[in-house]
Write a protein that binds this ligand. Structure first.
Ligand code: CA
Length: 220
């Protein structure tokens, strides 16, 4: 999953980025509203964390412009402590959730997980496919109750597919959602990750749909 983090205060942005990256997300950053607006219009984020008080273009304007352009990614806004009016305006402008500063990293992570799964119509934090279980809270994967060790890239591939059961996902789409913008991307490496992942999962968990991409196979 790939996130955009928009926050102009380096003292906040740096630990937030680290916390999100530790949780397994590919993270792009913006420190002003103009860059945020552009990135949100052009890159396919799974969720966006948006501070409202930003240089160049304020966060509410950024959010309104994303929504006017038809961008539907989940957006969580960061608001000031006593800013109840900001929350109302923000939600009316198209925000899906908010957090009041200061907040705990764990709460941000829980809200981001919930936004991502709800955007895919999933209610539970534990995703199940046949005998494969992926706990989005702990990042643990198991097969028939036995833990499976995955690298961070293997985990990202599996998590992306398990958030979209029955959907064919192209290599290009996986590439876009696995890596941050500054990462040197190579869609051939996706094949490598999928190959390694397949050896760790029951046969036919990940099907290749010729010419189109991958999808979770029918559970045995
Ligand atoms: Ca700010």
């Amino acid at each position: 999953m790939r996130l955009l983090l928009v926050e102009d205060e380096p003292a906040l942005r740096t630990p937030l980025r680290a916390g999100l990256a530790d949780a397994g997300y590919a993270v792009d950053e913006a420190d002003n509203g103009r860059d945020a607006l552009h990135l949100g219009l052009t890159e396919p984020y799974d969720a966006i964390v948006l501070d409202l008080g930003l240089p160049l273009v304020d966060g509410l304007t950024v959010l309104r412009q994303w929504r006017e352009a038809g961008r539907t990614m989940p957006v969580l806004i960061l608001t000031a402590r006593d800013g109840w009016h900001e929350k109302v305006t923000g939600i009316d402008a198209g925000a899906d959730d908010y957090l009041t500063k200061p907040f705990h990293m764990e709460e941000l992570l829980a809200r981001v997980r919930a936004l991502i799964r709800r955007s895919q119509g999933l209610a539970s934090a534990v995703l199940q496919h046949g005998t494969v279980t992926l706990d989005t809270r702990s990042g643990r994967v198991s097969v028939q109750g036995q833990p499976v060790t995955l690298t961070s890239h293997e985990f990202r591939v599996l998590a992306y597919l398990m958030h979209r059961p029955g959907t064919v996902v192209s290599r290009h789409e996986l590439t876009e959602h696995l890596y941050a913008q500054d990462f040197d991307r190579d869609s051939n490496t996706i094949e490598v990750f999928v190959g390694r992942l397949r050896r760790k999962l029951p046969p036919d968990t990940i099907e290749t749909v010729r010419g189109l991409g991958y999808r979770l196979g029918a559970p045995a």
